[in-house]
Write a protein that binds this ligand. Structure first.
Ligand code: ADP
Ligand code: MG
Length: 686
């Protein structure tokens, strides 16, 4: 339950004076439903004004405050020409105030002849005259509320102005409860931060980085604390300790020796599995680093211990590929592997469900269908999620609730995540890294080519196919329109068919699962040679004979995404190439980014760069789903402050007695304020 002291902040904006439906609508469009949303709607820029006399004015274009005596009203000749009101300042210099449209009669009343007014607005020149068009403020001389020298400019929606929004914010600020401080005192002192109340007030009254940082920090702190609490609660729960006896692993006949990194990571995982405290581990390994082998070893340990394991893939195609790989590696071993996706229906599905319930299925591979409510396992001891970046936090939590004991959880990702983001998103996990590529893989040679050279490129593809090889052709990413993306791919496929005939196949995101799989299977079997695709091939597909990849309009892709795509080639012993086709005209930055792709294969470096360029939400693929980890902290603030927030959360839990200690009550407020209630809920074992 949310503490009552936060109620004024969670009150609807309609409870503020003067907020009717007319203003609630634009507020709603801005996502401002509650008072706290309004208070956390920060200005993006500021209008600065100087109080001046006309004689001091060096230049027009600035925002000024001026005191004028009104001397005349002059309506224009026609109904559409503006009303011009003239005033003089203390030195006797003239200024015109201009009003268009229907504002004229209102302006006459505000600015009666013979009276003195304080006026603010942007100074312009109109012929020989100086003028202000539609002043921002008109106040009687000596008004108790002077025109502000600095005014916030807010992100707006039609139907509301910055000054109106600011007025509502001021009302909200009056309701601020005094909250106890949750930040560690020495950190407050070191950063010279103000209290939460003061900081909120400050951000709406002046451009102040320190106040914005403090408030962003709060959000990061709540995030880190919630993660720690989840972790702590898992640590208290019991899972099934697994120690294999080697009876299955020793039977594995692999065509290669494990890399040192694979052996090390398998060791780390086995160490976790042997504990009754459930594993919560993230395995980062670049595309092709051999994560599947690691997963296989872990799954076999579960089976050796008489338990079940599950491997969750983000797509149907990948699930089937995993199944095929596992079955190949496990040929001759007494291990029963099954698959469950949206495609298994009717009797097929029933039999899988039965096998899981009675324990006759040892390993289940599938899409998220495998963790639906209807699926019961006899003894699920290990869950592995492949390609984590496609799954949200909520799915992770759901998973950890499945089963009687909490299963061990291994999350595998091929998107190397910069440290700051890893902390923010996976802070509660232990991390392993497969930082060594299997031998015998020749690095992919990357080249950048202008789209103007498409004809030569197609000749190159012809030579490549004539040598018996296969290739991927990735079509441009089209922002926000799957339809035009498809159109582009269809067009390209048609064009390539003119030259290469039946060797060309097309796969795209609009295809249904079975249809897509069929195309992929034919390509994997080598019956088609050139696969034209939208980005659906981004994740996973393994076709060793495909040693050429072309990415059209590569400058529109994110770097991490390009890196993923590039990982689709270079899987065989043959030397592979990736050709990044760029638009004829691109910016310097875009050029530099493509050059980075050409020059490095280091996924971590690419990820850091991508984070700088695109931001966290986009990088994690969460922006559309609204599941971005932070609403207040900017990516820059995440990078700068997440480390401190993690350390502070650790102090609170390990030294200051957690949520039940003296600082804990305040920290609890921060959790609720940022709606990290899950963190609090886990404390009750939920
Ligand atoms: P990813 O980490 O991208 O999931 P995979 O597990 O698909 O990588 O492995 C990529 C390829 O490397 C597969 O064809 C796999 O059989 C092979 N592979 C895995 N481990 C080794 C190894 N130790 N030596 C040689 N090849 C390996
Ligand atoms: Mg993989």
């Amino acid at each position: 339950m949310r503490p009552d002291i936060l109620n004024p902040l969670f009150a609807e904006v309609e409870t503020l004076k003067g907020v009717g439906p007319g203003i609630a609508r634009p507020l709603d469009r801005l996502g401002l439903k509650r008072v706290k949303d309004l208070l956390y709607h920060f200005p993006t820029s500021w209008t600065y004004r100087k109080a001046v006399r006309i004689a001091d004015v060096a230049d027009v274009g600035q925002n000024i405050i001026i005191t004028l005596e009104i001397v005349s009203h002059r309506a224009g000749g026609s109904a559409r020409s503006p009303l011009r009101i003239h005033g003089v300042d203390a030195d006797g210099n003239y200024l015109t105030l201009t009003f268009f449209g229907r504002t004229g009669s209102w302006a006459r009343k505000q600015l009666p002849i013979g009276e003195t007014r304080v006026i603010s607005g942007k100074l312009e020149r109109y012929g020989d005259e100086l003028q202000i068009v539609h002043p921002d403020h008109i106040a009687p001389a000596g008004d108790a509320r002077p025109v502000a020298l600095v005014e916030p400019v807010y992100p707006l929606s039609e139907g509301i102005t910055s000054s109106r929004l600011h007025g509502l914010v001021l009302q909200g600020l009056e309701r601020l409860p005094g909250l106890a401080e949750w930040i560690e005192p020495s950190l407050m002192a070191e950063r010279k931060w103000q209290s939460w109340n003061q900081s909120l007030s400050t951000v709406h009254h002046k451009d102040d980085q320190s106040a914005r940082d403090r408030l962003a920090y709060d959000e990061l702190f709540a995030n880190q604390l919630a993660m720690r609490l989840v972790r702590a609660s898992l640590d208290r729960r019991r899972g099934p300790p697994i120690s294999g006896d080697d009876r299955l692993v020793s039977l594995l006949k692999l065509p290669f020796a494990l890399t040192g990194a694979q052996r090390r990571v398998i060791g780390e995982i086995e160490g976790d599995l042997a504990q009754s405290r459930p594993m919560l581990r993230l395995l980062q390994g670049d595309v092709g680093s051999g994560k599947t082998m690691v997963a296989l070893h872990a799954l076999l340990r579960a089976v050796e211990a008489g338990k079940q394991g599950a491997l969750l893939a983000p797509t149907e195609i990948l699930a089937r590929q995993h199944l095929a790989n596992l079955q190949a590696s496990l040929a001759g071993l007494p291990v029963n592997v099954a698959i469950l996706t949206g495609r298994e229906k009717g009797r097929m599905r029933e039999s899988v469900l039965m096998g899981l319930a009675d324990g006759s299925i040892d390993i289940l591979v599938g899409t998220h269908a495998i963790f639906q409510e209807a699926v019961t396992y006899k003894a699920l001891a290990l869950a592995i999620i492949d390609e984590q970046h496609r799954f949200g936090v909520s799915q992770r939590l759901m998973l950890s609730r499945k089963g009687q004991g909490v299963p061990h959880l291994l999350v595998m990702t091929a998107t190397p995540i910069p440290r700051s983001l890893a902390l923010a998103c996976y802070g509660e996990m232990d991390v392993s890294a497969l930082d060594e590529m299997p031998p015998g893989r020749t690095p992919v040679e990357t080249r950048v080519m202008s789209e103007e050279r498409l004809p030569q490129l197609i000749d190159g593809v012809a030579r490549h196919l004539a040598n018996g090889r296969q290739a991927f052709w990735v079509c441009p990413l089209v922002e926000e329109s799957e339809r035009s993306e498809l159109a582009a791919a269809e067009q390209r496929a048609a064009m390539l068919k003119l030259r290469f005939g039946d060797q060309v196949a097309l796969v795209h995101g609009r295809m249904k699962g079975p249809e897509k799989d069929a195309v992929m299977e034919v390509f994997a079997a080598g019956k088609t040679r050139l696969l034209v695709a939208t980005t659906v091939i981004e994740v996973g597909v393994d076709v060793p004979n495909a040693s050429l990849m072309i990415v059209e309009a590569a400058d529109r892709f994110g770097l991490a995404q390009l890196h993923q795509l590039r990982g689709r080639v270079g899987r065989g012993s043959e030397k592979s190439s990736c050709i990044l086709v760029r638009s004829a005209q691109i910016s310097e930055t875009a050029r530099a980014r493509l050059a980075l792709m050409r020059d490095t294969n280091d996924g971590f470096r690419i990820a850091e760069e991508d984070l700088k360029l695109r931001g966290a939400g986009e990088m994690l693929g969460t922006r559309q789903s609204g599941d971005s980890p932070f609403r207040i902290a900017t990516d820059e603030q995440v990078r700068a402050l997440i480390g401190a927030a993690a350390a502070d959360a650790r102090l609170l839990i390990d030294r200051d007695g957690g949520l039940d200690g003296p600082r804990g009550a305040a920290a609890r407020l921060a959790l609720y304020l940022f709606e990290r209630d899950a963190g609090v809920a886990t404390l009750r074992g939920g």
